[in-house]
Structures are given as structure tokens and as C-alpha cells.
Design a protein around this ligand. Structure first.
Ligand code: ZN
Length: 398
């Protein structure tokens, strides 16, 4: 053989940091060794003519539930779904595994099982809960990619929400460690009160779930998060996961424009669906924050297109079918979580590229470059570039 390349991907339209162009990509030992025209040889070749070659998706927000709840899915099935959807790196949340990843011992157990079973690359989030402030430094040393905290009930009793005072103390520690905190920002008091009122009024319908968690609950919590960040001092960094409404993004954007180190993510299900879909489809689309109305959904797309969303995370969170079915006639009973790990690129293609003229460069930025940068994985991941990992998503543009 004339060539030393392990693999050549031929003739695709490659989305590079400098823009898209037709190119061949050569790979040696899992890394990109050359990008150009007419790259010779290759022990294995992939014909990518007619396909768009994107940097592999870095999904910063998935729940695989193993160890402890592997009957809900587990690392092997979850990462198979990831690979099928062009996701080559997952950052996995500290819940709903049991034990949750809030101690060094729990981290070690999860790392062992993930190392054995994962079919794509991964990083692990740690948890920030009222019980583990003394463990944050050890978890950081173990290599967690960030700490997840809930300002409202997490849906799992073994992963407790942090009251503001505890969050403020935790943020002081993470600032000192130069670690990122990902926050589920919904007002606990507001969603508990509104939910109780709706249930007392006999509401069991799907829209009642939406009414109990209005955009105002997100905005209120983001405001308190920003207050906690101010008290934590220099170096504090936070990321608001799964923002579902423009009001929430605006709150993040306003703080960022004043120099606060805060980012925001939204999810494919908020871009793909409306509350009318939720009324029709029911429990599979139950999630928190909830699916919003059509006006909000369209406004969220405008935020994405305008660059006011830092990145897209799937918030993939499956459960046994029975835990969805039991909410068919009473939405409060259903598990909250959308299983969508394969859907990120299809949603961005259909709703973004085809319906709204979104560019492939923007998709690469939102799904790969920015998350890789936020979690310290760039430039090894996050771009198609010589020297980087050979992580690609080959997409049929139609
Ligand atoms: Zn989540």
C-alpha cells in the first residue's frame, strides 16, 4: 500500500472552522492527519459524496441512568443512540444513576461502567447537592467536567435541590476550582404552589403541567442564580441548562453583556414541538421546563439563529415505558424526561436548515464547537481540523 492512512473519508462537503468546502479527510490512529483534495490511499475509505461532514456532536446533557437504574436504559443503549444520531461525545449527568455522582466513590463506580460500555467518548458531570459541599474538590480532582445543581425538585429523591444559600456557598468553591456549574433554573416555590393549585382544582390534563411551570419560573430562578453568582466572587462560571423560552435567554444575555460568565443551552424538543403537540402526544413529551406554545417556540428559533443560545443539549432522559403510560390520563403521574439523543441533528436540519435557512456552520458551532470550548475539550474536539480527534457526523443534507 502506498498510504499510511487508516481511513480516508472521500468527497464530502466538509464543514471546517473557515467554512464548508469539498475535501477528503485522512485519519491515523483516531486523529485527523490531513484535509485536502485528492488525499491518496487509505486502508479503509468512506464515500461521502453527496454528504455533509460535520464535526461530531458534543452533547453536553444526557442521562443514561447506569449504574443503579440500568433497566431505564444504560450506557450501551444510550451511546448506541448517540452514535446513530451523529453524537460522538456525551457529557453525562450525575443523576438518575444510583448512587448519584455526588461522591468520589460514586464517580469511580460510574467511570468504571462507562469505560467498559460506552460506544462513544464521554465525560461525567458531578453533582452539587446540600450534602456534598465538602466533596466538590475531590470530585473536581477526579475529573468531573462540571457540577450540576437543581434549584427545583430534581424528580429523583436521592438528588436534592440546593436552596439559594447553599448554592451561593457551592459557587464560591467551584469558582476557586475554576469549575463550571450547570443549573436547572426553575423557581421551586412557584412550581410547587402552581402545581398544588391546579391539582386542587381537579386538573389532570397535559396543559396543566405547562401552566404549573411558566416561563416566569425560569426567569425568577435565573435572577436568583445571578445574585448567588455575584456573592461567589471572582472566577465564578455558570451554565443554565435547558432554557425553554426567550425570556430566560434574555436574562442570561443581559448578564453576559455585563461581563458575567454565564451561558445558556436549549434542547431539540423545545424547538421541535408546541404545547398542541404535547396535548396530542402526552407523557412522552412531559419534561421540565415544559414544552411551550407555538409563539414561544418560534421566538426560541429566532434566538438560536441570532446566536443568543450558546449550545444545544438533548437532555436525553429515558424511563421505562410504564412510567410514561401511567400518566396517560393524569399528567402529574408521568415521568418527566424526553428520550431524544438521536434527534438533535434531525431537528436542526428540518427546523433549521430546511425551514429557516440555518447554515451548517451554525449547526457545527452550536452542537460541537461551543460545547467543546465550554467544557475544555477544544480543539481536540469541536472542529474538523488536523490534529483533532476523528469525530464526524456524516449527514445527508435532504
Ligand atoms: Zn437533564
Amino acid at each position: 500500500m502506498s498510504s499510511h492512512h487508516d481511513l480516508v473519508i472521500r468527497g464530502g462537503t466538509v464543514v471546517l472552522p473557515t467554512g464548508q468546502r469539498p475535501a477528503d479527510i485522512a485519519v491515523i490512529n483516531g486523529a485527523i492527519s490531513a484535509i485536502g483534495s485528492e488525499v491518496k490511499g487509505g486502508a479503509e475509505t468512506i464515500d461521502a459524496r453527496g454528504l455533509v461532514v460535520l464535526p461530531g456532536v458534543v452533547d453536553p446533557h444526557v442521562h443514561f441512568n447506569e449504574p443503579g437504574r440500568e433497566s431505564w436504559e444504560g450506557w450501551e443503549a444510550g451511546t448506541r443512540g448517540a452514535a446513530r444520531g451523529g453524537v460522538t461525545t456525551v457529557l453525562e449527568m450525575p443523576l438518575n444513576a444510583h448512587p448519584p455522582t455526588t461522591t468520589a466513590a460514586a464517580f469511580d463506580v460510574k467511570l468504571a461502567v462507562a469505560s467498559q460500555k460506552a460506544l462513544v467518548d464521554f465525560g461525567l458531570w458531578g453533582g452539587l447537592v446540600p450534602e456534598n459541599l465538602g466533596e466538590l474538590e475531590t470530585l473536581h480532582q477526579r475529573g468531573v467536567i462540571g457540577f450540576k445543581a437543581f434549584m427545583s425538585h430534581s424528580g429523583i429523591d436521592d438528588f436534592r435541590r440546593v436552596p439559594d444559600g447553599v448554592l451561593a456557598i457551592g459557587l464560591k468553591t467551584t469558582a476557586r476550582l475554576d469549575a463550571l456549574v450547570g443549573v436547572h433554573a426553575e423557581s421551586h416555590e412557584m412550581v410547587v404552589r402552581l402545581g398544588a393549585e391546579l391539582r386542587a382544582g381537579g386538573r389532570t390534563d397535559r396543559l396543566a403541567w405547562c401552566r404549573s411551570r411558566p416561563p416566569a419560573a425560569e426567569v425568577e430562578a435565573i435572577g436568583r442564580l445571578l445574585t448567588c453568582m455575584r456573592s461567589a466572587g471572582k472566577g465564578v462560571r455558570a451554565h443554565v441548562v435547558h432554557v425553554s423560552c426567550p425570556e430566560g435567554l434574555n436574562a442570561v444575555d443581559a448578564a453576559r453583556s455585563k461581563g458575567v460568565a454565564i451561558t445558556a443551552e436549549t434542547c431539540p424538543h423545545y424547538l421541535a414541538f408546541t404545547d398542541e403537540d404535547f396535548e396530542r402526544i402526552g407523557p412522552p413529551l412531559k419534561c421540565a421546563p415544559p414544552i411551550r406554545d407555538a409563539t414561544t417556540r418560534d421566538a426560541l428559533w429566532q434566538e438560536v439563529l441570532a446566536g443568543r443560545v450558546d449550545f444545544i443539549g438533548s437532555d436525553h432522559s429515558p424511563c421505562p415505558a410504564a412510567d410514561k403510560q401511567k400518566g396517560e390520563d393524569d399528567i402529574w403521574q408521568a415521568w418527566g424526561g424526553v428520550a431524544g439523543i438521536q434527534a438533535t441533528l434531525p431537528v436542526l436540519m428540518t427546523g433549521g436548515v430546511h425551514a429557516r435557512g440555518m447554515s451548517f456552520e451554525r449547526i457545527a458551532h452550536l452542537t460541537s464547537t461551543t460545547p467543546a470550548q465550554a467544557f475544555g475539550l477544544y480543539p481536540r474536539k469541536g472542529a474538523v481540523a488536523v490534529g483533532g480527534d476523528a469525530d464526524f457526523a456524516l449527514v445527508g443534507p435532504q
